[in-house]
Write a protein that binds this ligand. Sequence first.
Ligand code: GLU
Length: 446
Amino acid sequence: MTVICRFAPSPTGRLHVGNVRTALMNWLFVRERGGKFILRIDDTDLERSTNEYEEGIKEDLGWLGLNWDHTFNQSHKFPAYEEAAKKLREAGRLYPCYETGEELDRQRKLQRVQGKPPVYNRAALELTDEQIKAYESEGRKPHWRFKLSGKTVKWNDMVRGEQSVDTSSLSDPVLIRGDGSFLYTLPSVVDDIDEKITHVIRGEDHVTNSGAQIEVFQALSDHLPIFAHTPLLVWKDGSPLSKRLGSLSMEELKEQGFEPLAICSLLAKIGTSDAIEVRSSMEALKDEFSFDKIGRAPARFSDDELLLLNGRLLHEMPYDDVKDHLESLNVGGGKDFWNLIRANISKVADAAGWSTVLYSPMPGRIEDEDRAFCIAAANCLPENISDETWGEWTATLKAEQGRKGKGLFMPLRRALTGRDRGPEMGQLLKLLGADKAKARLKGETA
Ligand code: GLU
């Protein structure tokens, strides 16, 4: 069986870590199985959907490396949804309702007072032709509900195991609004049938929805995908992500300098039995992906963890992979520079600071008690600096100046870089060159 999955965002905003995780799960599963990944743009809500958001979503997915084999827009498929609605009407599964929003609200309030669940009472099924005519002459337009069977729907979920939804506890879902527009439920099922989707992978907020949708599938065709509902993504302290989604959009994370692979690694690993580690390719993430590894608890998203993974990714990143990015930030220095500093940064932009240290004039930072020591160090630094210079030079200083450990190395590091921590000094000294090093050790700007 060829696996066919879809990611179905609504173009009413940019992608954030929550929906990217869903996209990623679909992508990893498909690519691992050599299947087909479809990008479905759920733009039936013509008022809220925009081309800009659609383009933004495609840009974000492209940036993340989540390539698709085929894409289409639901807004181009209204005739197919009309056709399906007709079929449901003919089968007696889609019925017109004339209640206004306020009437339904009132009904629900009454049910609550009576201690009953707020399930639609199906009064519309009892309407006589005269009542319907009366409503229509008032100018009321019907919305259309799908008639659930009242039975229990069962499926074996790839993440949650045996699932059952008692449809008698649900309101018959509205499929078509009074203005004739389609809600998400029917178009989604029609497209999943048309595209022969084999696996529907989405967040667990859709579980109840799946109970109703399975009945719509069954009313329309013999095709029924396998379902996988993944636990929700929450903030690191367990609170909902909803308030932070703006700052967790791909647009924002990209702007903040996070690498797509760090984001994908984190989103692929949190909430699974795998250790949270960064992978240097989507291939590797794909090879390790399995639904068996996904737990039932919510997956916690941590910005600190993302930063950590970003750093780890950069520590291993070859120069060729970062060259263009460095150039776009106007950070020169080349391969030797990158190899020297990459273990000391969390984001590529941090390289700019090290570039300044190495290539821009900077005064040596010297504490009063280290001044004489640094001048002595400057005086015995050879003109030609090789791989061995640092070791030999500090050994000489140790013997002549009676300093060791931190007292020996820290003043040199501070004088040469202005910082207390940083890259390996042997290579740094080589890149810095003797003239600059000597001047900085004397407290001069160089
Ligand atoms: N557009 C729907 C959503 O974003 C798609 C849900 C689904 O995967 O079926 O919630």
